[in-house]
Design a protein around this ligand. Structure first.
Ligand SMILES: Cc1ncc(COP(=O)(O)O)c(C=O)c1O
Length: 381
């Protein structure tokens, strides 16, 4: 099967299982473990990753949209699924019908869900998101008590979770801002307790905070990037060292591979690709790689990245186009048509990491991975 594909993403199951076990050690058995599988499991393949995660003891899955949640249900996955993103009014009915857990922070959404609870004769568990300083989604801290009371007075609605999200925990080794956010979250918990409102699932974590702030009051851990074998940032790694925490051993899960579509010899002085941005300085052997920015290979990698061919690094020449880019294989003997090219991952002793490509493209590993076109086949190996 893989042999017939011009391009593929390989998912190393043993690496994913290993990373999940590493996080389970941190999360412990008493807390629930939610694998963040939004954005096509950070580019790794929603269904492929979700199935392996659940087989490996993950309790919950986290998606961004009802569409992603529906895809899990269509595939027969019955585990609890939390929709982290925004669900428009017209998507609420499907979310309820498919037993997806929703994140709420607008009263209008709550009103509409209450009507659906009556119509479906269902109890709908909600996760209220509280604003602690990321200023993205969330109910203002000062309104949290009233918001939760408003939910609870409506028949058919229950508050299952209270969530929030850190703004910059990955960006720094100084954690005064996340600590302030944590304090705000705790004050929301106190406010609810003082009103006699008990929320069963408390969750605020991401990979970095699971590593750095294993706070006892959280009983659901949301982990994304770490499951895929990447550190959220250098700062997170450094923070672990500074705080004398043994860094987890993480193994990258994803490799991205393609086949050479043409090998061609060009003379010195030849211009390569759109815009003629590269001119050869010697007789050159070019490998034409049938992957472009449509596939998610960032155009910012033009004339900058390397790929691996026969375990050796080959530099990109010219611009990344929609469906093709070109690598210089002059110094790699014996390269031929349909040889394998590794865009991301290891070949022999060489490795190209998502962090390497992110640095060259001026972004973060999360974006490099999650933008790999979902149409590229994901193969579990
Ligand atoms: C609300 C929420 N929780 C958890 C995560 C997981 O973060 P990470 O991938 O850093 O573990 C994300 C990722 O964007 C998120 O948006």
């Amino acid at each position: 099967m893989a042999g017939a594909l011009v391009e593929r993403v390989e998912i190393k199951k043993s690496a994913l299982v290993h990373n999940i076990r590493e996080f389970r050690r941190l999360v412990g058995r008493k807390r629930k473990f939610l694998a963040v599988v939004k954005a096509n499991a950070y580019g790794h393949g929603l269904l492929e990753v979700s199935r392996i995660a659940l087989q490996s003891g993950v309790d919950w899955l986290g998606v961004n949209s009802v569409e992603e949640g529906a895809a899990l249900r269509e595939a027969g996955i019955e585990a609890p699924v939390l929709v982290i993103g925004y669900v428009p009014f017209l998507g609420l009915e499907e979310a309820v019908a498919r037993d997806l857990r929703l994140t709420v922070y607008n009263r209008e959404t709550v009103r509409r869900l209450a009507a659906l609870a009556v119509r479906f004769r269902k109890t709908i568990p909600l996760h209220v998101k509280v604003e602690t300083g990321t200023w993205r989604q969330g109910v203002d801290l000062k309104d949290i008590g009233a918001f939760v009371r408003d939910i609870l007075k409506r028949p058919g609605l229950v508050v299952e979770g209270l969530s929030s999200h850190f703004a910059n925990i990955e960006d720094t080794t100084k954690h005064d801002y996340p600590r302030r956010q944590l304090e705000s979250y705790r004050s929301a918990c106190r406010e609810l307790e003082a009103r006699g409102l008990e929320v069963p699932l408390k969750h605020m974590s991401c990979t970095a905070s699971t590593m750095l702030f294993p706070e006892p009051e959280f009983n659901l851990a949301r982990v994304g990037i770490g499951l895929y074998g990447l550190w959220p940032s250098k700062e997170t790694y450094l923070s672990c060292i500074l705080e004398k925490k043994k860094p987890l051993s993480l193994e990258p899960v994803l490799s991205w591979k393609a086949r050479i579509a043409q090998v061609k010899k060009v003379p010195a002085g030849a211009f390569v690709g759109y815009g003629c941005t590269y001119r050869t300085t010697r007789p050159t052997v070019l490998a034409i790689v049938p992957v472009g920015y449509f596939d998610g290979y960032d155009r910012g990698l033009s004339n900058a990245a390397h790929v691996l061919v026969k375990g050796r690094r080959a530099p990109l020449r010219g611009r990344v186009a929609m469906d093709f880019f070109t690598a210089d294989v002059t110094d790699i003997p014996g390269v031929k048509l349909e040889d394998e090219v590794t865009l991301l991952g290891a070949d022999g002793r060489e490795r190209i990491s998502a962090e390497d490509l992110a640095a060259l493209a001026g972004t973060i590993s999360y974006e490099i991975l999650s933008r790999i076109n979902p149409l590229v086949p994901r193969i579990v190996v």
